[in-house]
Design a protein around this ligand. Structure first.
Ligand code: FES
Ligand code: FES
Length: 209
């Protein structure tokens, strides 16, 4: 039987937090309603949209599916903690540069998922980018601009998947994410031929500040 701590002690965006364990709630609810970090969005509330994505010990998780108690002793990064003080994170700068945002509701989840992917794999293939973003839904910008932002940072993002069985490193699975397939529109919009050729692929540090 799982035993939970008396208090939830966690680090959020580098700062220590302590929360009571007086009631069950999700990590999403704790972040938004108790820590006041409303950059983490609640969309579907059942693991299907990716809007609530945060990093738990550096791995993207859907916070609507994570119990608050599971954050005990762990480090959380929300969108509020991604920038380095007054300097946006390279993924944030890339989104800004190609205007990969409209309403912005999905944006924190996409940015955190991409940041985590590039942290563990700086040169992912397009197939790996699609896998990392599988199940992240955007209802207004569409996926083309989001992929253009990734392509600014990852030169291999336009590489066609290699034939045959998958090879090389694979991104680790998000343990909180159920086996959810993207909506039919998502993979169609994310086909390589939909994208204009890129003329330059600056590194993370070269994306304009
Ligand atoms: S709100 Fe968590 S996946 Fe949609
Ligand atoms: S920017 Fe509006 S849902 Fe993605």
């Amino acid at each position: 039987m799982t035993s939970f701590p008396r208090d939830i002690e966690t680090w959020i965006n580098g700062l220590p937090y302590r929360f009571p364990t007086d009631r069950p709630r999700t990590l999403l609810e704790m972040l938004r309603h108790e820590a006041g970090l409303t950059g983490t969005k609640k969309g579907c509330g059942n693991g299907e949209c990716g809007a609530c994505t945060v990093l738990l010990d550096g791995q993207p998780v859907r916070s609507c599916l994570v119990l608050a108690q599971e954050a005990h002793g762990r480090r959380i990064t929300t969108i509020e903690g991604l920038a380095d003080k007054h300097t946006l994170h390279p993924v944030q700068r890339a989104f800004h540069r190609v205007a990969a945002v409209q309403c912005g509701f999905c944006t924190p989840g996409f940015i955190l998922a991409i940041a985590a992917l590039l942290q563990r794999n700086p040169d992912p293939t397009r197939e790996e980018v699609m896998e990392a973003l599988g199940g992240h839904l955007c209802r207004c910008t569409g996926y083309e601009a989001i992929f253009q932002a990734v392509e600014l940072l990852a030169p291999g993002a336009l590489r066609a998947p290699s034939p045959g069985p998958p090879q090389g490193r694979r991104p680790s699975a998000d343990p909180s994410r159920p086996a959810v397939r993207p909506t039919p529109a998502a993979p169609h919009e994310m086909q390589p031929e939909d994208h204009p050729p890129q003329t330059r692929n600056p590194s993370l540090d070269e994306v304009e500040r």
